[in-house]
Write a protein that binds this ligand. Structure first.
Ligand SMILES: Cc1cc2nc3c(=O)[nH]c(=O)nc-3n(C[C@H](O)[C@H](O)[C@H](O)COP(=O)(O)OP(=O)(O)OC[C@H]3O[C@@H](n4cnc5c(N)ncnc54)[C@H](O)[C@@H]3O)c2cc1C
Length: 355
């Protein structure tokens, strides 16, 4: 059976981002790479959005940039603007196409459907398939989004809605998210932060229809694309093994308070690529301990007090948009952290330390 210097398990966002980073930095000229990916074909299955606080390789896959956004709770709306860190949406269809056509040029890179097709004993492995144990206490971000098209101009595409909490919360945390790609096209998503133990929350089609027709007051539209997902708001169990690094969701690249993962994956890929010659000896790359600690407290508060969360998210945006964006994107300094922390209800957060 064939052997490879490197194996990437899972050719999704993290696996392909890493392969691309290694390829463009010519790290696969004299090394071989096997990518294990069971899917039959690549097609658009996700829209990755984030604040661009760092550069990445996929600017040409960005569908749209926004500098303006809103956050809503019932009867209140905050308008925010941040030109230095625009919000971007990457089309996964364009991303897969760009990377796969680049990787095809290198004969040292091969794709397999199953790891049993190769000899993996002596290879260095990058694994992006998470091992998730079922635990009823765990929180998830689960959501469904549809892209819709209207015949006439309807949306203001200069401004997107990050979180609209003016909706049914059902003892959990629930908001809608709207990304207008043009005056006639938008992604509308229903998002829940919950333990996923209430099946009524998964009535996504009904929630979206009701929101579009009765909240946005749009009756005439057609659905052109749909995506559904679950993001664990806990770290998948991690087994330290020599010659293996977990990447992507499996590698703890999700910011637990927000679900944002894409840009962390890009930074992890850059880190691995920079250190690839010394890969078995490098320090584990992780989201800084400061954010791990703060997110842990935040999720404890959310778990115990879902009803107050819309207000808490709303209050967070009393700090300047730049400060909040840096905080949510793991780029804030001590004073920026403090500015956010001071906006939070102190007693509830201090109590959460002892749950
Ligand atoms: C619908 C959706 C929307 C999201 N939107 C955002 C967003 O807007 N912003 C953001 O920052 N994050 C977002 N995320 C979170 C995160 O960025 C994505 O989940 C991202 O795809 C994670 O990359 P990954 O490589 O870890 O996992 P994936 O991209 O899921 O890749 C894992 C790959 O492993 C393959 N695989 C599965 N089983 C096996 C196996 N046994 N052996 C080998 N391969 C296997 C799968 O087919 C898949 O291709 C979203 C997640 C989802 C699900």
């Amino acid at each position: 059976m064939k052997e490879f210097d490197y194996i990437i398990i899972g050719g999704g966002c993290a696996g392909l981002s890493l392969a691309y980073e290694l390829e463009i930095h010519e790290k696969l000229k004299d090394k071989t790479l096997a990518i294990i990916e069971p899917r039959e074909e690549y097609k658009k299955d996700k829209t990755w959005s984030f604040w661009k606080v760092a550069s990445h390789n996929f600017e040409d896959c960005v569908k749209k940039n926004w500098e303006n956004f809103t956050v809503n709770i019932p009867k209140k709306t905050k308008h925010l603007k941040c030109a230095v860190y625009p919000y971007q949406s990457v089309d996964s269809g364009l991303f897969y196409e760009k990377i796969n056509s680049k990787l095809k040029e290198n004969k040292n890179i091969s794709f397999f459907k199953n790891i049993s097709e190769i000899n993996s004993k002596n290879s260095f492995i990058f694994n992006s398939v998470p091992s998730i144990k079922k635990d009823y206490r765990n929180l998830w971000q689960h959501f469904c989004g549809v892209e819709i098209e209207t015949q006439n101009d309807f949306f203001d595409d200069e401004i997107f809605n990050l979180m609209d909490f003016d909706c049914d919360q059902r003892e959990s945390v629930h908001f809608f998210y709207t990304l207008p790609y043009s005056k006639t096209k938008a992604l509308v998503e229903t998002t829940w932060l919950s333990k996923m133990n209430d099946s009524s929350q998964k009535d996504y089609d009904h929630q979206i229809k009701d929101y579009i027709e009765n909240h946005l007051n749009l009756k005439n539209y057609k659905i052109t694309y749909k995506e559904e997902g679950t993001i664990p708001l806990f770290y998948p169990s991690y087994e330290e093994t020599k010659n293996k690094i977990n990447i992507g969701t499996a590698g703890g690249m999700t910011r637990l308070s927000t679900g944002y993962t894409f840009l962390n994956i890009q930074e992890h890929s850059k880190y691995i690529c920079k250190n690839i010659e010394n890969i078995s000896k490098i320090k584990k790359f992780e989201i800084s301990k400061k954010y791990q600690f703060l997110d842990d407290i935040f999720l404890r508060v959310l778990n115990k007090n879902p009803k107050i969360m819309p207000n808490i998210f709303f209050k967070m945006f009393k700090s300047s948009p730049k400060t909040v964006i840096k905080f949510l994107s793991n780029k804030s300094n001590f004073f920026e952290d403090l500015s956010i922390i001071l906006k939070m209800p102190k007693i509830i957060f201090i109590k959460a330390l002892f749950y």
